[in-house]
Structures are given as structure tokens and as C-alpha cells.
Design a protein around this ligand. Sequence first.
Ligand code: NAD
Length: 284
Amino acid sequence: MTARVIDGVKLAAKIREDVAHRAAHLTAAGMKPGLAVILVGSDPASQVYVKNKVAACEKAGLHSVLEQYPSDMTQESLLERVRALNVDPAIHGILVQLPLPPHIDSHRVIEAIAAQKDVDGFHISNAGLLMTGKPLFRPCTPYGVMKMLEAEQVPIRGAVAVVIGASNIVGKPMAMLLQSAGATVTICNSKTKDLGWHTRHADIVVVATGKPKMIDASMVKAGAIVIDVGINRNAEGKLCGDVDFESVKTVAGAITPVPGGVGPMTIAMLLVNTVEAAERAQQR
Ligand code: NAD
């Protein structure tokens, strides 16, 4: 058996096209959707991510602002910038790129973002809304995974899903979205005993650990859908996921590659969230 490879680049392009139409419509009505991205410090991976996000905005006809600050920026100055963007009518979405330097309390910064502009969906009130089944913004990466499952017509209601990784930005919201869609969900973490016992029972496996190639064919049920969120660099400096793609594709029903899987979907869903924020602002 060879798994179907889920093409995140193609699906993301389709979503971005739809975003561009919605953005053009809003712009014509005098409400060009705007995203502000704040980067503190010079982490090379973060620099690539924010550049890609800003470029994707411009391509889809959104207004975007990239604010870059040195790593010694004070927490108070950052909070001041967030507060200014909260009341800027040209900005509908605010994204503070994580991780922040250690002297800055990320929770305080995220909580300072106006919930209706929190397009990452990390604000505690957005996490609460997601948990209670009434999401305002779905965090971009799990939202992108749900769109992939939907596009692939993967049955979720009644499915057994295992999410490996329990972070606030990927694992936990991923589990919430799957559970809301009717899956029976197990969340595994680094303390989980006999991980393979869990994954071998799953119809859907989502892996988000940052541990290269930790899932191999022996841990996957035949025909399962395997979604690899991980972004790692191997010894040769090449991008790779958390799943041993070559091994798992021999047993899975469908699998996402790295690169070209979940990554492009994350950016596409950020644009979707920003356009939705502008549409809501227009209705206010
Ligand atoms: P994190 O470090 O915050 O969380 C990792 C989680 O994995 C933790 O809950 C930890 O307990 C769990 N874990 C670690 N080792 C494990 C093991 N051996 N078995 C079971 N669980 C284990 O990471 P994160 O921010 O959630 O990101 C996870 C990965 O996803 C990283 O590689 C990151 O770069 C990637 N990521 C990709 C995208 C994307 O757009 N594709 C977006 C966000 C994060």
C-alpha cells in the first residue's frame, strides 16, 4: 500500500484565492483587511515565517505591516505597540511572532491583544470560546489541518483520533477541533507510556512534537490518515517532519509531506482569519 500524499501547497493556493476575492470585496467597500506582524529579536526561523506571512498578505491583496524590534525591546514598549495596534482602524489582525525573548512574558503580551484582532487565536478568551464550541478564531495550524481533512473527505464523526503534542498553539486546539467535529480524541505528550499502543488504534494521527521521524510504520494502523505538523532540520540541514514519511507512507491511507503539507495551510488560514476579522469589523 502507498498512501495518498495530501498536497498542502495546492489546497492553500485555493484558499488564498478565495481570500483574495473576499479581500477585494472588502477593499471595494472601503475596508481593506490589515494584518500587523510584530517580530522581536532576530531568530532566523521566525524571520522566515514573518516574511512569508507578510508576502502572502500582499499577494492576496491585504494590507500588512511588519514591525521588527531588537531583542532587548522592553516588555512595556511591546505592550504599548500592541495597545496602539488594538485601536488602529487599518489593522484587523495582530500577530506577535513566538517565541519572544525570555525577559518578555508571552502570556501578558498575548492577553494584551484585543480578542477580536487575535488572528492567531491564542488569547485566553479565544481559547475559551474554542473549548466551549463557539470559536471566534481557530488557531491557524489546527484550522489548516481541519481544512485538509475536510478537503480529503476524511470521516471525522466517530473516528478515533490521536494528537501527539499538547502545546497551546497546536496540540490542544487541534484536539478541541477534532472533538467538536465528533472524533474520540486522545492527546499524548512526552510522558505518555507506550505511544505506539495509542497510535495503532487511531484512524487519524496528528503529530506535533518537534521530534524528527518519531513516528514510523510500526506505530500506524493500515489506512490511517497521518498529519505531520512538525518542522525540523535534519543533519543535512533539510526540512523534515515528525513522521518518518518513507516508512509511514507504506501503511497509511493518506499522509502530509514536510515541506508542502501543513506549513502552507497555516499561512493560508492566517489570511482567512484576518479577512474574517475585517468582515466582522465591517458589520460592527
Ligand atoms: P512544543 O514544544 O510547544 O510542544 C511539543 C509537544 O510535544 C509537548 O506537548 C510535548 O509533551 C510533546 N512531545 C515531545 N516529545 C514527545 C514524545 N517523544 N512523545 C510524545 N509527545 C512528545 O511544540 P509546538 O509549538 O506544538 O510545535 C510542535 C512542532 O510543530 C514543532 O516542530 C514546530 O516547529 C511545528 N509547528 C509547525 C507549524 C506549521 O505551520 N507546520 C506550526 C506550529 C508548529
